[in-house]
Structures are given as structure tokens and as C-alpha cells.
Design a protein around this ligand. Structure first.
Ligand code: GLU
Length: 263
């Protein structure tokens, strides 16, 4: 009987050791994203690199823009140092997956808060907003979405405009592009007749190039939020981001960033 007791205790000890040493249960405990950032000492921010004036490379090859400035302020709020940011390039098509796998902690990339996205992602309170618009050649006869039936219309994969276009003009030929630059080149060489996306991004093309123009009508309201993984692990992160945005709004900081890049 005594022997059996010893054997049972030994088996139990081996199982406990196996559980902790081999299976490493701590590996499966969800890490709080805010605590993780604080421990790591820097924040990984998903950013667009071809969305002037939000995230783009200047002539010197540096990543600059509205969202870049905002990310630095967020690092200042969270880590007391605006330089503690590692920027990770994202596109509208891959940014949600990068947030859910932890490749980035947050996404600051002209990302619209929508009810569909909120089902799978967390968002801060809005920091700015845009509207869906059309960019066409200056000599184009297109004046609104009403003229797009049968026309080739460029969208950027994964954007809200891609989804909206299907409802707005189901009879248009919608062509998807990976980047704004690719869509712009297609417009210039006549492959497409219009690009539809956020006015805040498209207006830059019209300012830099008088062969293209931004049409005045808007087809949506696009509140921009900071995106992150949805769930319990980002509750603290959301509280901190919302506090930072609210404070920046009150102190006129967001307004100043907006004026620097958009006015
Ligand atoms: N605001 C739009 C969206 O979230 C466009 C964003 C973008 O082009 O990055 O889909």
C-alpha cells in the first residue's frame, strides 16, 4: 500500500513537471498588450508608406506625415519618449491581420472605424475624419458617381471605398490596386477613368499634379481611429489611447498636426 502511494506521488510529480517544463502554460496565457509595450519599452506601429500626407517617404527618404506625428505623440504619452516607436509598413489589405497576430501593437493608418471592422478589431475614439471622393483626369467628363456606370474605377484593396463602390455603382468595372501610387499611374495612363478613396489622401495628388482633379462630392463619412487587436488584452491599451487622443484634442495638438499636413 505504502509502495503504491509512493508510485502515485512520483507519477503526479512527473506530470506536474511535464506540464510546467514542457508544455509551459505561461506560453498560452494571453499577454496584455499595454503591459507588453511597457515592458518592451517601445511600441510597434503599423503605418502606411504611400498615403501622403499621412504616411509617406519624403525626398530624404524619411517616413513622415500626419499619422507618423500622431504615433510619436502616442509614444510620448505611453512611454514618455516620442522616439520609442518602431514603424511597420502596412497596407489596407494586410493591416488587420498584422494587428491580430501581434506583428504590430496598433495601426495608425487612416483607418476608418466601421461597424463591420469593429466586429473583429478594437478601435480608439476617432482622431480625425475624411470622406470618400473621386479623383479623375482634369479633362474628364465624369462629375459624380452617377457617371461611372461601365467606367473603369480604381480602388485600393481592403479600403472602405472598395466595399462602398460595389453598392454605389454596381455597374462600374472596379479594378483593385495594392497602392495609391499604382492606382494613380493607372489613372494617368488611361487604364482607369477614376480613383475612389478618402479625400484626405486623393487631394494631395490633385495639389501636386494639375492633370488630375478631385471632384467636390463626398459619398461617406470616414472617422479615423487607431486600430488594435480586439479583446481583453487591449482593454488597458484602449483606455490609454483614448485618454491620449482626448487630451491631445483638448490641448489643440491634433488640430496642429491636422493643419501641418492637411491645410
Ligand atoms: N479610410 C479608408 C479605410 O480605412 C482608406 C484607408 C487607406 O487607404 O489606408 O479603408
Amino acid at each position: 500500500m505504502k509502495k503504491l502511494g509512493i508510485i502515485c506521488s512520483l507519477i503526479f510529480a512527473v506530470l506536474v513537471a511535464f506540464y510546467f517544463l514542457v508544455l509551459k502554460p505561461e506560453k498560452y496565457v494571453a499577454v496584455d498588450v499595454y503591459e507588453d509595450i511597457m515592458q518592451r519599452g517601445y511600441i510597434k506601429v503599423g503605418i502606411s508608406t504611400d498615403s501622403k500626407p499621412f504616411g509617406f517617404k519624403n525626398k530624404e527618404g524619411q517616413l513622415v506625415g500626419y499619422d507618423v506625428d500622431l504615433a510619436k505623440y502616442i509614444a510620448q504619452y505611453l512611454l514618455k519618449n516620442p522616439e520609442k516607436v518602431v514603424f511597420v509598413p502596412v497596407t489596407p489589405a494586410n493591416r488587420m491581420i498584422k494587428a491580430s497576430t501581434g506583428e504590430v501593437d496598433i495601426i495608425i493608418a487612416t483607418m476608418t472605424i466601421t461597424p463591420q471592422r469593429q466586429e473583429v478589431m478594437g478601435f480608439s475614439i476617432p482622431y480625425d475624419s475624411a470622406g470618400q471622393a473621386l479623383l479623375v483626369k482634369s479633362n474628364s467628363e465624369i462629375t459624380s458617381v452617377g457617371d461611372l456606370s461601365g467606367q473603369n474605377v480604381g480602388v485600393i484593396w481592403g479600403t472602405t471605398a472598395e466595399k462602398n463602390m460595389l453598392n454605389l455603382v454596381p455597374t462600374a468595372n472596379i479594378l483593385g490596386f495594392k497602392s495609391y501610387k499604382d492606382a494613380y499611374n493607372a489613372l494617368k495612363n488611361g487604364k482607369i477613368n477614376a480613383i475612389t478613396s478618402d479625400d484626405t489622401i486623393l487631394s494631395g495628388y490633385a495639389l501636386d499634379d494639375n492633370e488630375v482633379k478631385l471632384l467636390p462630392k463626398r459619398y461617406s463619412r470616414e472617422p479615423y481611429g487607431i486600430g488594435f487587436k480586439k479583446g481583453k488584452t487591449t482593454i488597458k491599451l484602449k483606455e490609454n489611447l483614448d485618454f491620449a487622443i482626448e487630451d491631445m484634442k483638448q490641448k489643440n495638438i491634433i488640430n496642429r498636426i491636422h493643419k501641418t499636413w492637411l491645410d
